[in-house]
Ligand binder design. Structure first.
Ligand code: ADP
Length: 314
């Protein structure tokens, strides 16, 4: 394993100043983009490609430059001159709680499958990794879904490892049932599942009611599937690491100085997948991913300064 393709959307991020209401800063973010950045920073030898679409405008140019400045491979960033990138505004209230306004319904990234004709487009070999999330699924055009699942099935048949995180965002779906149906396809195909407890609780509330711990509900739920690796992220509590035969629980070093939890799960995913591609064991990859996520939440924003991991032993 030495290559990974992460499919999804990167957006223009605007930060609003609480006092004045003015735009105080602008950056770029999006779940798989965040994961790709952390993966590449930690494991520079891994060929890391985003599979996405952007526009032909100047903000798309800036986005592409940002990808390059993070050493991401831009070969699978396609351009749709008819469209623009999605955009979102981060607002912070007096209590420090963050909320988000999105303009992404017509974003170029929704059309990405028009540029993918066959699995060969992704330039992946057996043992490489293809990663996508529930957000990637939510944003692709409905009319492109069939093609998407055909390509993912073919990648799997060719021996590419399929990795999936739920990242369920209710507002991106017309109904919960639609999301559940699409996610079920992902569970069938995934070799590496990296669910977070919060997403699972929102998506399958009836399975999490009662006395059963939600993490155990996730373990039971995925017993019906043929994953190779199941990593259950349970916030500051712990992380359950499973194969079909073994199970371990990894402690999380609790962070008390939490500044912003944005990108905790994304950075975890990037670090975990990078570490696995680099040959680390599941448990070592999980320990590293937890340390990375623990650092990320002590900084504001999705992407933390490049020197934040200087003390980390990768
Ligand atoms: P998601 O962001 O996908 O919902 P979690 O909330 O479980 O996922 O966070 C992802 C990871 O971030 C956790 O598995 C853990 O390693 C780390 N993390 C989250 N909250 C804390 C915390 N308070 N202290 C230390 N680590 C944390």
């Amino acid at each position: 394993m030495n290559k990974i393709v992460l499919m999804g959307e990167c957006m223009i991020e605007l930060l609003q100043d609480k006092q004045s209401g003015q735009i105080a800063g602008q950056s770029f973010a999006g779940d798989v983009y965040n994961s790709a950045v952390y993966l590449k920073r930690l494991f520079p030898a891994v060929d890391t490609k985003l599979l996405t679409a952007i526009g032909g405008d100047s903000m798309s140019d800036a986005m592409l430059s940002r990808f390059a400045s993070e050493d991401l491979n831009n070969q699978l960033v396609f351009r749709d001159p008819e469209r623009l990138p999605g955009i979102y505004l981060v607002q912070t209230d007096d209590e420090g709680e963050r909320s988000f306004l999105y303009w992404r319904e017509s974003a170029a990234a929704r059309q990405v499958m028009q540029f993918v004709d066959a699995p060969e487009t992704l330039q992946l070999d057996a043992g490489d990794v293809f990663f996508f999330t529930g957000i990637s699924l939510a944003i692709i055009e409905k009319s492109h879904r069939e093609k998407f699942w055909t390509v993912v099935s073919q990648l799997k048949q060719q021996g590419v490892k399929i990795a999936f995180d739920l990242n369920y965002r209710a507002r991106l779906w017309s109904t919960l049932e639609d999301a559940q149906q699409q996610f079920a396809n992902a569970y069938q195909l995934a070799d590496i599942l990296i669910p977070g407890v919060d997403d699972f609780e929102q998506m399958y509330p009836s399975l999490c009611n009662g006395n059963i711990d939600s993490a155990e509900a996730i373990v039971a739920f995925f017993q019906d599937y043929e994953f190779l690796e199941l990593i259950i992220k349970n916030g500051e509590k712990n992380i359950i690491v499973m194969t079909q035969d073994e199970r371990a629980e990894i402690d999380v070093q609790r962070v008390t100085n939490v500044v912003d939890t944005t990108s905790a799960g994304d950075s975890f995913n990037g670090a975990y997948l990078g570490a696995r591609i680099a040959g680390k064991s599941m448990q070592d990859a999980t320990r590293l991913a937890a340390k990375v996520a623990g650092e990320v939440i002590q900084h504001p924003g999705a992407i933390v300064p490049k020197d934040a991991f200087s003390k980390l032993d990768v």
